[in-house]
Write a protein that binds this ligand. Structure first.
Ligand code: HAM
Length: 414
């Protein structure tokens, strides 16, 4: 688990702000679920998933309750829905940390952040389209251009069950050709064997049966509407009939946003799909659901690789140098900051030379200097720290308007 320090911390904020902008105009409401829930909430993610069997941070609390740090937020949103029963369709967005006891590596951490949306209460394929389109638009809004969208359908529950049985039979026949890891996976969840990236499994996986032969007419029609809708709104996608996702609750549409620059084991920037049975599993009424989550760290790695969405320059606009005790700097900082000008100062009554050094180091564009003369004549000196222009003296009442106009003309020139 890591500290996120400046300037990366500010970039995280901006990432979530950008997400909020996009989902906010589409009518999604923020839900903030707790970090810790009863373990029962997460057991529904699947007894056959690593997330539940191997990676959960769970413990018994002082009240003898078996609880866990959330490994994701879809189950929490559904649990919250069951508890509060908002009107449907219920459109929620969220952000925040999740915890999985994984082997940490680039793009895979034990504490990681996600942004996501969930829509509860509609089977309409146009919800799937809206959700996928939101994820796509968000990634595009960051400036990413090497993202690929893979999409599939796991069919209706019966289709999925028949497919899993067929897949199991097929892999069992060729079990000797599978890697020992995949042989293990097969005993728990045949679908997940399709996810193996091991070269020894590739040939067996290549000939495996495909889900589309198992789709019911309803599932096929739903999927075809989703694909047509994505085409209509200009979201490019590839159908990947072997896309199965790591969590057991998926039914019908599943999808993944893959970063073009990352290692294939960690290239899923985000993913999601339908989970029409989860709310009922958690004790609520039969309520369909669809959503996605995008991993913040991985997506920022992809941004770095593509040279987009850089950390913003957080340097000050103005640095106030006051060699008369510091009270004038207090007044000037108060005035300039109230106008939204990023203003810094130094402390401890340091010398002019030392304060000028700090001013230069701060990255500020202008230094405002208050020496004895300025203090007595109620003036201030403005020095441009990034050009050779003559410094100017202005009256204190003119200081803020002058700085404001000089800063905005500089911004206009960018
Ligand atoms: P997930 O595929 O487990 O889905 O996670 C979504 C994204 O979270 C991944 O694509 C990845 O970017 C990020 N992520 C997952 N684990 C880690 C990790 N250990 N380190 C860094 N990033 C990670 C879900 O969580 C579902 N709740 C998505 C969903 C929402 N399905 C329907 N609604």
């Amino acid at each position: 688990m890591r500290d996120i320090v400046s300037p990366e911390s500010a970039r995280w904020r901006r990432f979530v702000d950008s997400f909020e902008l996009i989902v906010g105009v589409a009518g999604y409401e923020l839900v903030i679920p707790p970090l810790l829930e009863d373990i029962g909430v997460f057991n529904r993610l699947g007894e056959a998933t690593d997330v539940v069997t191997k990676e959960m941070y769970d413990f018994v609390d002082k009240g003898e309750r078996h609880v866990a740090l959330r490994p994701e937020q879809t189950a929490s949103i559904c649990r919250s829905f069951v508890q509060h029963r908002p009107t449907t369709p219920f459109k929620a967005w969220y952000s925040g940390p999740n915890f999985r006891y994984e082997k940490p590596q680039r793009g895979r951490y034990r504490q990681f952040d996600q942004v996501g949306v969930e829509v509860l209460g509609s089977l309409d394929p146009y919800v799937d389209i809206e959700v996928v389109q939101l994820g796509w638009s968000f990634l595009a809004s960051l400036g990413l251009s090497r993202v690929e969208l893979a999409i599939n359908s796991l069919g209706e529950p019966d289709d999925r069950a028949r497919y899993v049985a067929a897949l199991n039979a097929y892999f069992l026949e060729r079990t000797n050709e599978l890697s020992p890891e995949s042989q293990q996976t097969l005993t728990r969840n045949p679908l997940r064997v399709l996810d193996s990236k091991r070269s020894e499994d590739a040939a067996v996986i290549a000939d495996a049966p495909l889900i589309n032969s198992f789709w019911s007419d309803t599932a096929a029609a739903h999927f075809s509407t989703v694909c047509d809708g994505l085409t209509a709104v200009g979201v490019p996608y590839t159908i990947d009939l072997k896309l199965v996702r790591g969590l057991d609750y998926y039914r019908g549409t599943t999808f993944e946003f893959r970063g073009g620059t990352l290692d294939s084991a960690q290239n899923a920037l985000g993913g999601g799909g339908r989970y029409d049975g989860l709310v009922a599993d958690l004790g609520g009424p039969e309520t369909p659901g669809v959503g996605f989550a995008i991993g913040l760290e991985r997506t920022l790695l992809a941004c770095d690789d593509e040279g987009v969405f850089p950390a913003a320059d957080q340097s000050a606009d103005v640095f106030v140098v006051d060699v008369c005790g510091g009270s004038v700097a207090l007044e000037i900082c108060t005035e300039l900051r109230s106008l939204g000008i990023r203003t810094e100062r130094s402390w401890d009554d340091r010398s002019m030379k030392s304060q000028m050094k700090s001013a230069n180091r701060s990255g500020a564009r202008f230094a405002v200097i208050i020496g004895e003369d300025e203090d007595q004549s109620d003036t201030a000196v403005i020095r441009d720290l990034r050009s050779d222009a003559e410094q100017v003296s202005v009256s204190r009442s003119n200081l803020a308007p002058t700085l404001k106009s000089r800063l905005s003309s500089l911004q206009g020139a960018v």
